[in-house]
Design a protein around this ligand. Structure first.
Ligand code: GLN
Length: 306
């Protein structure tokens, strides 16, 4: 039986679109504060090439921590298991920008999807490349099939200006020998990763290789081995939503990743990539309507990984 994804998504979008006002747009990065809280888009891309989108799904937004999935994928593809000497793979149960855990764990972040972990991964990418910002941008253009995506310089500058906590995390890791490059260089790259602007359609498409055992569907290029793609999906499942990873697994049942720009990406292995954007966040930093949309999606389609 062929599921009618469009109809299901349209129903969910219609149903939820008046439920704004239950969260708060991220305001600790001033440039994000200006986003219209009522933006709401959903996009779904299947491995068969179907692209379905509703609402504001073509409008670029700040991907923020969704970038952490792709930076991890790039570092894992190049360095394999040696990255686990620099970063753990256990759920944190703490806020994404927590300092306290890092001290207990002597500068080895709990996982690659909290800020400290992504900063350590960024340090690895910076060591690898002459022009790491361009390298990341080129990679994201390739996986999204959209050569026109760009960094939002204003968001990057705003993060830089208010990035005291991220600076503290990098400095602390550096004091433990877990950062090789200059602190400012690592931060500049990290802020740019977060400040990339992409639409729901771009992101749903970019997630497809995680649903396809590491192979880019459009040209068959292998970006991750089968085993590493599985492992990356496992980390999304256990760590993709900070201290709400359990709640997301419970309600939605898919590997995914959120960002404070209000985006959430998720995949169904062997089938599809999906992205929802709604900027109002719950206190844990996850999009309120994004989580609700995906919960209804797996409930109504009856498909999840379980
Ligand atoms: N750029 C944000 C930060 O570093 C990303 C956080 C997020 O999306 N959770 O705080």
């Amino acid at each position: 039986l062929q599921l009618n994804y469009f109809q299901i998504l349209r129903e969910i979008h219609d149903e939820l679109q008046n439920q704004f006002g239950h969260g708060k747009v991220a305001d600790y990065i001033p440039a994000l504060r200006r986003v219209d809280p009522r933006k709401f888009g959903i996009a779904l891309c299947t491995l068969d090439g179907e692209v379905i989108h509703i609402g504001d799904a073509l409008e670029p937004f700040s991907i923020q921590s969704i970038s952490k999935v792709f930076t991890l994928s790039m570092a894992f593809a190049k360095h394999g298991d040696s990255i686990w000497r620099r970063v753990g793979k256990e759920p944190s149960g703490n806020a994404f920008n927590s300092l306290v855990q890092l001290e207990h764990e002597r500068g080895i972040p709990r996982n690659p999807f909290i800020n400290a972990g992504a900063l350590a991964i960024t340090d690895i990418l910076v060591s690898d490349q002459e022009n790491p910002k361009q390298f990341f941008l080129d990679f994201m253009r390739k996986v999204s099939l959209n050569p026109s995506i760009q960094y939002d310089a204003e968001v990057a500058a705003s993060e830089q200006e208010h990035g005291y906590r991220n600076a503290a995390l990098v400095n602390f890791m550096k004091s433990h020998g877990n950062i090789q490059n200059a602190v400012d260089l690592v931060l500049d790259n990290y802020f740019h990763h977060c400040a990339l602007s992409m639409s729901c359609v771009d992101l749903a498409r970019a997630m497809l290789y995680f649903a396809n055992h590491g192979i880019l569907p459009v040209n068959g290029e292998r970006l991750l081995t089968v085993s590493r793609a599985k492992r990356l999906n496992s980390i999304m499942m256990t760590c993709g939503f900070y201290d709400q990873a359990g709640e997301f697994a419970f309600r939605v049942g898919l590997p995914g990743k959120s960002g404070v720009g209000g985006g959430i990406v998720a995949i169904i292995p062997g089938k599809l990539g999906i992205c929802v954007w709604s900027p109002e966040l719950n206190p844990k930093g996850n999009s309120v309507l994004g989580m609700k949309t995906l919960e209804l999606f797996t409930t109504r389609t009856g498909i999840s990984i379980f």
